[in-house]
Each structure stands twice: as C-alpha cells, then as structure tokens.
Design a protein around this ligand. Structure first.
Ligand code: TRP
Length: 452
C-alpha cells in the first residue's frame, strides 16, 4: 500500500476547500444570475439556500471522505460493500473528469484575457464583442490557452496533496482574497457607482418566483462544489482532528463573501459607465467589463490598466484552484484503484481532458456545426449534462446515502470527532440531510429539465 497524502494544517484544509469552491462560478456566474434575477432579493434567497442546503451536503461529503480516507469509489465500496451505492462513487469520478474538460476551456479564456490586459489590448479594444467572438472562434488560440492552464493544474497535482494542492492553495487563496479587497475599493471609488450599489442593496421582491428560487439553489450548489466527489476526495486527506462542521461553515462563508464581493466589484463599475448596459449572460466578464476598463483607461490610463490586470488575475486564480479540485478525484481514483504512480495517474487525466477539451474548445469555431441532442454544441452538451443532470442526481444520492443509509452513530462520531465536540447541531443536520436536501434538489432537477 502506498502512503496516502494528507493535509498538514487546518488552514491548509480550509484554504484548499475554499479554493475548490471559489471559482468561475463566483466571479462570473453569480453576478450574472444576480443581474438577471432581481439583485438583492436573489442574494437573500441564495444565502438561505447555502445555509439550508449547501452546508448539510458539504458536511455529508466531508463525512464520507474523512471517515474512509479513500478515493470516492472505494469510499462508497467501504461504507456499503457489494451494494449499488458505489455507483455514486463512479458518478463522482466521471463527473469531475467530464466537468474538467469544459471548465478548462473557460479557464483558458481567462488566461488569454489576462495576457491581453497586461499588454494593454483589453483597454484599447474598439469592439469587445467582435474581439471575444474572433478569439473564441479561432481554431488554435483558445485551444492553446486551454492546454496551458491544464498544464499549470497538472504541475500542481503531480506534486501531491501537501506539496501541491495544499501549498499552492495557501499561496493563491490569500492573493485572491487580497485582490478582491483591492478591486472592491477600486470599483466603489468610480464616479457614479452608487447606482450599481443600489441595485445590489435594494431588493426587488417582485422578480421573485419559483424559477428564481430554484436558480438560487442551483447556483449555491455549483458554487460550493457539491455533489461530485471533489469535497469528498479533499476530505479524505483531512486530519482526524479537523472539525467538519466548522470547516464547512468557513468554506461556505468565504465562498459566499467572494461571490457577493464580485457583485460589488462588477455592478458599481458597470453602472458607472453610462453607455454600457449590463449584459446578462456569459458576456458580462468578457464583453461588458472590457468596455468598462476601456472607459476608465481613457480617463486615467494607469487605473484602467491596473483594474483590468487585477480582475483577470483574480479570475485565473479562482479558476486554477477549482481546476485542481476537479482534477484530483479522478487522479486519486486511478492512483489508488489501479495502483498507478501519481505521475502516471495525473498524466492520464491531463491528457484525456486535453483531448476532449479540444473538442469543447473547437466547438466555438470549426466544430460549431457539430450538434448533439437538442442542437447543442460539444461545449453546451458538456455543460448541460454535468451541471444539470449529474450534479443534481449526485446531490440526491449523497443526501439519501448519508441521511438514510449510513449508520447514525458513524455520522455522529464524524461530526463530533468521536464525542469530543458538542452535538447541538446534530439533529438539525440529520433533519436537513434526510428531508430538506433530497426534496429541494428534486425540485431543482425537475425545474432544470423544464418540468416547471
Ligand atoms: N465551485 C466552483 C466554482 O464556483 C466550480 C467547481 C469546482 C464545481 N468543483 C465543483 C462545481 C464540483 C460543481 C461541482 O466555479
């Protein structure tokens, strides 16, 4: 048996897990959803979902991982031998591999925009929409950037848990948090930013309907990295004295703060530029924001340049720490299940993701006419299947597994570290994971399949 990796410190545990959670979902998807769904009212509902749904599921994954100290597949096999529950282990491994294939494409775009920002291109664009579509539809450039970010992630993962994931999370996460703080100040100090602030602080409850509530739940889910095996795999490297509830609380707090701060960065900046309409959709950070940076650049060049560089650096850091967590479940599975070396396991995952990622990347250009089910391109297909089918299914199975199948005493022991921590919240956790989580996720799932 090879010696398993382990995180070295509590801070490492929190920063690595927060690195997984804080990703493109926070800086890119969250502000878009807020913009489309009524500003502050959406944020209130989102926070409710994080507390009632996200936290219990995160703790559930932590329990599975930390109790078994195994990769996701073997974890289920150990907890429920010779039963169909192991399907969830395989689903987790497969889903992470699948998500990495397209997440790396968008991560590659963030690197491209960082390079463009440093070299003053973002701040001097004449047409940001044309620039974005010319870049994404060209055959080689996006693919090249995708390969580069995959190799960066590879470089960290191959170094293992302590020297790779933990060390780089400890380096990148504080940088990320610092950049967020600097950007919030930058954004607030722009003239006319009050309108954006108002939009984020004044709830418009008239926009709230069942669809909005369900989107908030879906967003909470994606943002906290739940239901895929990422957190379960990371938890398998936790030390025995790590406090699962407290860790989950800190991770959720960091993740939600970063998401809300991203809103505070983006909206005041967008509203401060009169002719730039907030673009609800993927264009927000790649099309609308370059216009904002450009206007700022025209007034004070250095500030515009600095704002753009810091923003895309933030996006890249967020994307990389999440990619690491999406890479690790498959790597850990190959490494332990087939007894490969970490080097070989990491190579297999990186190369296979690059191969399939190329298809996703090319689907904005030369392969844009290759369509699947419902006329989706490769990229859309990967996004749809993983985020809208595998994740909710995984969430339902995990909550049922921990809520109904696992031995209650085992769950209690993990939560209280064998009775050394207080158990006040234990009944609340059990109630949420048994009843609220599975029912709520079923609703999200049906909604996303268009049943509402
Ligand atoms: N949470 C990350 C983000 O906000 C993305 C991510 C990492 C993820 N691991 C995940 C999403 C697992 C769903 C499941 O961008």
């Amino acid at each position: 048996m090879k010696k398993r990796g382990k995180f070295n410190s509590k801070l490492g545990i929190i920063l690595a897990s927060a690195g997984s959670a804080v990703g493109l979902g926070n800086v890119w998807r969250f502000p878009t959803e807020v913009g489309a769904n009524g500003g502050a009212a959406f944020i209130l509902i989102y926070v409710g979902c994080v507390i009632l749904l996200g936290l219990p599921l995160m703790v559930a994954e932590f329990i599975i991982g930390r109790h078994t100290h195994c990769n996701t597949v073997d974890a289920y096999r150990k907890l429920a031998p010779r039963s169909p529950w192991v399907f969830q282990g395989y689903l987790g491994v497969f889903t992470s591999w699948f998500i990495l294939c397209y997440y790396s494409v968008v991560s590659g775009w963030t690197l491209k925009y960082l390079v463009a920002a440093v070299t003053d291109q973002v701040t001097t664009l004449s047409d940001s929409t044309a620039y974005f579509s010319a870049f994404t539809s060209s055959p080689w450039m996006p693919a090249l950037y995708m390969v580069i970010v995959m190799l960066m992630c590879h470089w960290v993962i191959i170094r293992g848990v302590q020297n790779g994931i933990e060390r780089y999370s400890k380096l990148m996460m504080p940088m990320l948090l610092l950049i967020i703080a600097v950007l919030v100040v930058c954004s607030f100090s722009m003239p006319g930013s009050e309108e954006g602030l108002l939009f984020l602080l004044k709830p418009d409850f008239s926009k709230i309907d069942s669809g909005v509530i369900l989107s908030a739940m879906g967003q909470a889910f994606f943002s906290l990295s739940i239901a895929m095996g990422c957190l379960c795999t990371y938890a398998s490297y936790f030390t025995d004295d790590a406090k699962l509830m407290k860790t989950a609380g800190s991770v959720a707090l960091i993740d939600t703060t970063v998401a809300i701060m991203s809103g505070f960065i983006i909206f005041p900046a967008v509203f401060s530029v009169p002719d730039v309409a907030p673009n609800a959709g993927p264009g927000l950070v790649f099309i609308t924001l370059p216009n904002v940076f450009q206007m700022t650049f025209e007034h004070v060049p250095l500030v515009g340049w600095f704002f753009a560089v810091m923003f895309y650096l933030l996006l890249l850091l967020a994307a990389l720490t999440s990619m690491m967590s999406i890479h690790e479940p498959t790597t850990a599975f190959l490494l332990e299940h087939f007894d490969l070396s970490r080097r070989t396991a990491t190579r297999i995952v990186t190369l296979s993701c690059i191969a399939v990622g190329l298809l996703c990347s090319l689907s904005f250009g030369p392969l844009k006419d290759v369509r699947f089910l419902f006329g989706m391109t490769f990229f859309d297909f990967f996004d749809f299947v993983s985020a809208k089918i595998f994740l909710p299914v995984g969430g339902i199975i995990i909550s049922l597994f921990v809520g109904w199948k696992l031995d209650r005493q085992l769950v209690r022991n993990e939560i209280t570290n064998h009775g050394t921590l207080n158990a006040h919240l234990f009944p609340v956790f059990i109630f949420l994971i048994r009843w609220i989580a599975p029912i709520a996720i079923c609703l999200i799932f049906l909604n996303e399949l268009g049943a509402f």
